[in-house]
Design a protein around this ligand. Structure first.
Ligand code: SF4
Ligand code: SF4
Length: 284
């Protein structure tokens, strides 16, 4: 079902990052050093706010809390949407940023790892310090913002670590998530051969969600790291991009399962239904 306006957005505040996580697809993309211009962000929020039932996530390829205007930006979204979501590596949490999140965000995800692996995978962060910051946030939050911790399971992760991770965080956060690594050798959205799904189906993302990079270019979904842009919100409205020729063509390719799009044709992580990808484990 095609919505007249995207139902969910990911707006990238920052493409820069202070970490070099071993499994991060950033390694395959050049020049991820951007910070959204506040005026552009306010313009986007104003257009999306005409649809207050929408969900807006404030992150994508970098660490959003590094934005120098982070508290003002996040507070500008307050009360305007059905849900404001944010993911962070939890290395830049300080009191003003925590208070802005608690005032304005509905769902916060901490991207971390199993403590034994953390210092080797999430370089140069230190588990001890990050865990301390998260616990401090949870204490200040008092359950106001719904919280999640997530880890990435790679070929090098001992299988029992997922269960141990769950045990560590059970009762402290609202949701625990273990993601399967979904980028191999620079192919974004790729999953293991043995986990590949037998029959390709149209992906719902081109009818449901829009990704807006910090420079204003728009992408397809969270598996689009540097594909040819679908549009540019500096020169078009979101509504114009969503109904433009590029989206019409992408949707046709999905309906007919005949892919020329350079991002979607290589993707194994397509969503057959809204919110359903069929990879990873969620513990509520
Ligand atoms: S913190 Fe996130 S964006 Fe930054 S390197 Fe790690 S996985 Fe990538
Ligand atoms: S097929 Fe993959 S890359 Fe294309 S929109 Fe769906 S999830 Fe994104």
């Amino acid at each position: 079902m095609l919505f007249d306006f995207p139902k969910r957005f990911e707006i990238e505040l920052v493409s820069d990052c202070n970490l070099r996580c071993t499994y991060c697809p950033r390694h395959y993309v050049n020049n991820l050093t951007g910070y959204i211009v506040p005026e552009l962000f306010y313009k986007l929020v104003d257009e999306i706010a005409k649809y207050p039932d929408r969900v807006v996530a404030l992150h994508r390829r970098g660490e959003s809390l590094m934005h120098p205007n982070f508290p003002e930006l996040v507070r500008y979204t307050r009360g305007k949407f059905a849900e404001v979501q944010l993911a962070t590596n939890a290395t830049c949490l300080n009191k003003p940023r925590m208070e802005a999140i608690i005032d304005s965000v509905n769902f916060l995800s901490f991207s971390i790892d199993h403590p034994v692996l953390f210092d080797k995978t999430r370089v140069p962060a230190k588990y001890f310090s990050v865990e301390k910051s998260i616990l401090k946030f949870l204490d200040l939050n008092q359950g106001k913002v719904k919280t999640q911790v997530s880890m990435v399971q790679t070929d090098a992760t001992p299988p029992e670590y997922a269960e141990e991770f769950k045990e560590i965080w059970k009762g402290k956060v609202d949701r625990i998530r273990v993601y399967q690594e979904h980028s191999k050798g620079g192919v974004f959205g790729a999953i293991d051969e043995e986990k590949k799904r037998a029959m390709r189906k149209p992906c719902v993302m081109p009818e449901y969600e829009m990704l807006i990079y910090c420079d204003g270019k728009t992408g397809r979904c969270n598996h689009d790291w540097d594909g040819p842009p679908m549009g540019d919100v500096n020169i078009e409205t979101i509504h114009e991009i969503w109904h433009g020729a590029k989206y019409q063509e992408l949707r046709r390719q999905h309906r007919e399962l005949l892919f020329q799009d350079p991002v979607c044709k290589n993707c194994d992580s397509w969503y057959p239904e809204i919110g359903v990808q069929g990879t990873g484990m969620v513990v509520e």
